[in-house]
Design a protein around this ligand. Sequence first.
Ligand code: ACM
Length: 239
Amino acid sequence: MIRDTRADLYVLPELCFTGYAFRSKQEAMDLAESVSDSFSLNHIRELASEHKCGIIYGFAELSGEKVYNSCCFVSPDGGHYIYRKLHLYYQEKEWFSPGDKPLGLVEFRGCRIGMMICFDWIFPEVARSLALMGAHLICHPSNLVMRYCQTTMVTRCVENTVFAVTANRIGRETRGEYDFDFTGGSQILSVRGDILYDGSRDKEEIGIADINFRESEDKRINPKNDLWNDRRPEFYRVN
Ligand code: ACM
C-alpha cells in the first residue's frame, strides 16, 4: 500500500509482523527480532528510503533474554528511534517485559513526534508527557480490543492540543487459549479532536490526511485561557 500512495509519514499497527497473541513467552522470543539483526527493520528501511518517507511500525523486540512490545520510527536516511510499550495489557504481561526507557520525541521534517502503543492510551500521563515535551503529533500503533479508545483519543488531542494517529488492526486472532477481536477504526485526529480520517471497522485500508502540525504549538483556548500557562502543577499533589 505504501507503494500506491504518497505521504510524509506512515503509521502501521502494533506487532504488525508477528500478530498479537503468543502461546508462550518462548514463542514471543522465537518470533522477536533484535534491532541489530532485524529482517523487518531492513525491509522498512528500504521502503522508507525508496519512498522518501518516515515509517512507524510495531514489532516484538528481542533484547538479551527480554522481549519488548516496541515500535520503531524509521527515517528515509535509515535512522531509527525505538519506543518500548510502558503499559502492558492483560496477557501481554506473560509475553513481554514492560518498557524500561523514558518517553521521548523524534523530529522529522520539523514535526516533533511522540510514540505510544495501544493500551498506553488509558494512561493520560503518556500523551500529557509527550505533549509537555513539545510533541506536535502522537503516533499510536495499536491492536485495540476495548471499545473506548477511539473516543478517548479525541480527548487526549483536545486536552493537549496535539494531533494523533491511531493505526489499529481489524479482524480476529485465535492463538492457544487466547481469542482477540480487534476494533479497527483507525483514525487521524486534529488538535481540536476533529476526525480527519475515520477508518473502516472491518476492512484493510490506508488513510491519509494533511495536517499543519504547527497548529499544536498554539495552546490558547480563548483570549484568557492557555492550556500550558493555566496549569497549576504546584497544586497537583500526587505522583
Ligand atoms: C493492547 O494494548 N494491544 C490491547
